[in-house]
Every structure is written in C-alpha cells, then in structure tokens.
Design a protein around this ligand. Structure first.
Ligand SMILES: [Zn+2]
Length: 675
C-alpha cells in the first residue's frame, strides 16, 4: 500500500500524476482508501463543537484529496484509453462513488452544521461567502433537507443511476465499434483523400483485418466522411449504421437502460416535490426553469426548419442534375458540399492541406492565446503522460511565470470514446497551492507513419473549441477547488470555449497558421472571403439537427412518470414532431440510444446549454470585434472579469462584469441566419 502513487501528492512538476508508476492495480485500492479517508475527515469536522467557516467549509474543501487524485486520473483513463479491466473497475466504483458522495451530501448533521453557519451570517470575503452559499445549495439539491425515508430513496436511485450510466457507455462503445463499416474494394472509397483512405486501411489493420478498409462510427449521427464519399450505397450503409447504435436488440442495446434512467430521474424529482427531472436540474442553472428554455427554443425552431427546407431545395436541384433519386439523410452532407462549391466556389476538402495539425495547434490555437492572454507554450516530451500519443506542454504567462500544464491527445483509437472534450487532472486552487493540469482529447484519424495530419475545417473548429475549455482551466485563479476553471454552471460552461472559435478566421491568426503543408502558401484569401460569406450556409441543417437533440433531451426529462412511454423510437418521433423539427433528410444529431451527453455524460436536461451559452458567445464576439479584436488589453479584460474567475461568483454577474450589460440574443440570430 505504501507504494500506491495516489496516496501522496505527486512530486512531479505541476503535481502531474506519476503515470510511469501507475498500474491498474492501484485504482481500486486508492479509491477505497480515498473514500474512507474522506469519510473520516467529515467525521472529524462533525466532532468539533464550535462551527466556523474554516473548520467546516474550508475543511470540506480540503477533504478527499486522495479520492480526487485517483478519480481525476481514472476517469481520464477510462474515457481516453480504456480496456476490459478499466471497464470492470469503472463498473465497480461508479455506484460506490455515488453512495460515497451521498453519504456526505445527504448527511443531516453536516447539513445542520452548514445551515447554522449560514444563519450566523459570518463576515466573509466575496469568494468565501459564495462558497458557503454554494455548499448550502449543493446539499439542499442533493436532498439533505428531506426526511429520512426520502433520503434513503434518493440514495438508492443515485446508486442505480450511476450503474446504469456506466452500462449505457459500455454498451454504446461496444455497439459503436461493432457497427464499423468495412469495405472490400478501395474503389468504393472514391472521394476520400489519399490520407483518408490510408487511415481507413490502418484502422482495419488495427482490428487485425487485412485487405479491407474500415470506417469507424462516430458518436453523433452524421459521419464526416459522408461529405466526400461518392458511392451512394456506401454512404447509405454508414448512415444506417450510425442511426441504429444501441438499437439493434443485441447485447449492446441501450433502450432498457435509458428507459430505466428516465424513470428513476422522474421519481427522484417527485421526492423533491418537483414535476420533472428537468425542473430539478434547471433550478440551479442560469436558465432556472424549463419554461424559459422552451421559450427560447420555440423562438428559433421554426426559422431553423424553414432554413433547412430552403437548403434542401437547393440540394435537390443539384441532385436532379446528377442523378434521379430523392434527397435522403445520407445525401445531405455530400451534396451540400456540391452546393457550396457551386454557390460559393468553395471546396472545403481542398482546404485540408492548409490545416495541418502541428501548424493549427502551435501557430493557430497557441498563437491566438499568446496574442490575447500572453500565454506561451513549451513542449515537454520528457514528461510521461498516460499514453504515448498524449503530449505535454508547459504553459507560461507573458512575464515568464508558469501557469500550468496542457496535455493534448488528438488521435482516435478504439480504446477512446467518441467526440472531443477537456479534462482536468489537477484543478487550480490557491487553498492547496495547486496549478492546473488539463487535457484535450479529440478523435482525429491518425495518418500512416510519416504522413502529415491534415484536419478538416470542422476538426480545426473543434480544436479551437476544446482549447477554449483548456484555457478556462489554465487561467483559473481562484482560492477554492470547488470553483476551479470549468466548475461553473453547466449551461454556462460552453461559452468560453465557443468564444475561442472566433479566432479561426481572424486574419492575423489565419495568416500565421493556415498554410499549405508543402508549399507554405497561405489559405487563399478568396476562399477565406467565401468562408465568411457562407457563414450561415447549411446552418438550417446544423441548427435543426441540434435542436431536435435538445428537444429530445427535454422531452425525456419532462416526464413525471414513464407509464405512457411504450416505445423509445415512437417517443422520439413524437417529441421531435411536436416541435415541428421532423424533416427526414435532417436527422437529430443524437438519437436517444446513443445520446451519451444525457445518459452517460452528466448533461441530462442540459443539452440546450450549447445554444443557450451561444447567446453569450455571439454577444461576446461582437464585443471583441467592436473593441479592436485580438489585443492583450481585450484578453486581459476577458481574463480578469471572467476566464480566471471559474465559478467563484454568479455566472450572469460575471458576464455583466465583462460586457457591462445583460446578453442580447440578436447576434446569435444573425449568426445562425435566423432573422
Ligand atoms: Zn465544449
């Protein structure tokens, strides 16, 4: 036990977890040691008679450090490099972790202590006062004020929900891998780049399949390759497989799991005297109530669908010139590129040589962060990470002082879940003097050895986006771990990352990074102009498919009981149709059976948050544009009022401090062509 690397603070730079020493045996032991340690810490808090902010709230903030260390590393591992053993460990700890967290948050003695402290109205600095308020609310929302019978029910529900989440993820990853499409003849891949074809070959080989090419499924509905594949039958195969993830009645089916989850969530809301899980979740979000979300979504849904239908008729014109078939969902991305070429003379696949990964990362993403915040980056190949493909960069302020560590893990692999995300391995906080260590994960197909990694425009966007989350973690300058970096309300957390996307086409940034990997020639200005001109192009499709998923999430979580739901697909159809979002060529971005955000990722009743926070984002972009753009003083203002504050004050107050007023929805409507 004494050798378990999780039991003590790491002595490596930035307290980076000692990955070289960590083996799979360490996780469970450290997990159990960590939960016992934290329970003992809570007991000793309760044993002190006098109640102070320091001996209660600060002591809670300092508790559970072993547990935090092991969980941060473990969940990073389980999402980006899992295996059977890790899956087993996750299945074991998920319900135990839920029970552990409830043992603290539903402890009536602890709640009584915090309540007493709140009522004594202690004199505290702003961040501490907010922390006290948050703890009080956290415990209230957990159910600490319920009677004992209700508390026991909540605990049982939470425990079962956490097991179901794990089950959902596990089934989905297995089905997603199983649904990969194999191609016997290279000719079928016509339309993909040479590198793209090589990546398919390598993917098949990685599965031990020689003489075939593999197209792995992604976590959302549309597959990026649908934009380039000329073979319509292959496109159809890909789309059909994409739409049936978790829905095949095999051992990986997720329907039973998600139905039970929706049922349990509705039951839990009732224990709190609320009508639905959506009400339960939203009471602590900036949106505060589902009605406010519906009000906003109903404002934009009809215009979005009308735009999608207009886009469809343009696509149909192109199809009629090329062949004689209907516009199906597997045709949309392919023909929309043709329309784009025809209308704007813009070929996004031809752009890929200008978006080479190293250049996008260092001369684009890092460069923009330097111009705005003075951040600089130095690669540290000497630091061992959790996977050979995960690269560490040390991050500095303009004055040379160190900020933290950034780890980038960009390539796809079967052991990684789909999508792109940011994780934190060490949360910045002054209380324990810790600097941030954050990770970005993406799923870019890995080119064959020696070949450059050429990104699509979408992947470039994703990298800027995820790096926005990383900046939020890195610039964190708070006292308490509870408020570190991205620990903000969920319908606010996407805002800083969305803002970071604005620099992709910013002339100074673009000049620096968007250069042909062979010739060094800059992305032609005519193309950039077209990209700007066509910024609302295909937004009807994107908005409609996003809204369908958001509405589906709200529908599942607005149920007060599940008795009326007999069939998942039927329920889905009805939810989407009721909103007028049913349009066959534009499928929902996520169907229920593969909607990890809401059934495995902590975004239940929260998927609306992307467009909700985009209101703030679009308004912020206007502010930057009208204040001189990419400057150090603008970056400092954004950093000081918002990016460095984590969750240490009310989100909307933070926004007002930055913007000088509440957010305006108009910039978003213009951006998405919804006016
Ligand atoms: Zn994000």
């Amino acid at each position: 036990m004494s050798k378990n690397p999780f039991l003590t603070r790491s002595t490596l730079p930035y307290e980076t977890p000692p990955f070289a020493e960590i083996t799979e045996e360490h996780y469970l032991k450290a997990f159990y040691a960590g939960t016992s340690e934290q329970l003992a810490e809570v007991e000793s808090i309760l044993a002190t008679e006098e109640v102070t902010f320091e001996n209660t709230i600060v002591a809670l903030e300092k508790s559970g450090q072993t547990l935090n260390r092991v969980l941060n590393v473990f969940y990073n591992k389980s999402s980006s490099d899992t295996n059977n053993r890790i899956d087993e460990i996750e299945a074991e700890i998920a319900p135990k972790l839920a029970a552990h967290s409830d043992a603290i948050r539903l402890n009536p003695a602890l709640f009584a202590r915090i309540k007493k402290l709140v009522e004594s109205n202690p004199s505290l600095d702003e961040e501490s006062a907010w922390l006290l308020k948050r703890y009080y609310k956290d415990l209230l929302q957990a159910g600490a004020a319920l009677d004992e019978i209700a508390r026991e029910k909540v605990k049982k529900i939470n425990e079962e929900l956490s097991s179901l989440e794990t089950q959902f993820s596990k089934n989905l990853l297995a089905d997603t891998n199983d649904l990969a499409v194999f191609v016997d003849d290279e000719k079928e891949l016509d339309g993909l780049s040479t590198n793209g074809i090589a990546a398919c070959k390598a993917a098949a080989q990685a599965r031990g399949v020689e003489d075939k090419w593999m197209i792995g499924m992604v976590n959302f509905t549309g597959h990026p390759n649908l934009a380039s594949l000329k073979n319509r039958a292959l496109r159809e195969r890909i789309m059909r497989n994409s739409l049936i993830k978790g829905l095949r009645g095999n051992g990986f089916d997720t329907r039973k799991v998600l139905l039970r989850m929706a049922e349990l969530r509705a039951e839990r809301a009732k224990l709190f005297g609320l009508n639905s899980h959506a009400e339960y979740v939203l009471q602590e979000q900036t949106a505060s109530h589902p009605d406010r979300v519906h009000e906003m979504l109903r404002k934009i849904a009809p215009a979005a669908v009308a735009n999608a239908r207009r886009e469809a008729s343009e696509i149909e014109k192109v199809i009629s010139q090329n062949g004689k078939h209907e516009l199906a969902s597997w045709d949309w991305l392919y023909y929309t590129e043709k329309v784009r070429v025809e209308k704007y003379e813009l070929d996004t696949t031809a752009m890929r040589p200008y978006f080479e990964l190293e250049s996008v990362l260092k001369k684009g993403v890092f460069f923009a962060a330097e111009k705005l915040y003075g951040m600089t980056f130095k690669e540290r190949p000497d630091l061992v990470t959790y996977h050979p493909e995960a690269r560490a960069f040390e991050v500095f302020n303009e004055d040379g002082s160190s900020i933290g560590l950034y780890i980038g893990d960009y390539y796809t692999r079967d052991s990684k879940r789909g999508g792109a995300w940011m994780n934190s391995l060490v949360d910045q906080n002054h209380l324990m003097g810790q600097k941030p260590v954050v990770v970005n994960n993406m799923n870019i197909p890995k080119p064959p050895a020696g070949e450059p990694t050429l990104l699509t425009y979408d992947e470039t966007t994703t990298l800027f986006h995820e790096f926005g989350h990383a900046i939020h973690g890195l610039l964190s300058n708070v006292k308490y771990p509870r408020f570190s970096g991205t620990s903000v309300q969920r319908d606010f957390v996407e805002f800083p990352s969305q803002v970071n996307e604005m620099w992709i086409l910013w002339p100074e940034v673009l000049d620096n990074y968007a250069r042909h990997y062979q010739t060094g020639e800059r992305l032609p200005q005519a193309w950039v102009d077209k990209l700007n001109e066509s910024s609302t192009f295909n937004e009807g499709y994107a908005t409609t498919s996003y809204l369908a998923a958001a509405v589906l999430d709200l529908a599942w979580h607005s149920l007060s009981d599940l008795s009326e739901v007999n069939d998942v697909e039927e329920f889905e159809r009805k939810a989407i149709t009721d909103y007028g979002l049913d349009f066959a060529p534009v499928p929902t971005r996520y169907r229920s059976t593969y909607f990890s955000h809401i059934f495995a990722g902590g975004y239940s009743a929260g998927y609306y948050g992307y467009i909700w926070s985009e209101v703030l984002d679009a308004d912020t972009v206007e502010w930057f544009k009208s204040n001189g753009g990419l400057t150090r003083s603008n970056g400092d203002h954004f950093r000081n009022s918002l990016m460095s504050r984590g969750g240490s004050l009310d989100s909307m107050q933070m926004f007002r401090n930055f913007r000088g007023r509440d957010a305006d929805i108009e910039p978003l409507l213009r951006r998405r062509g919804l006016k």
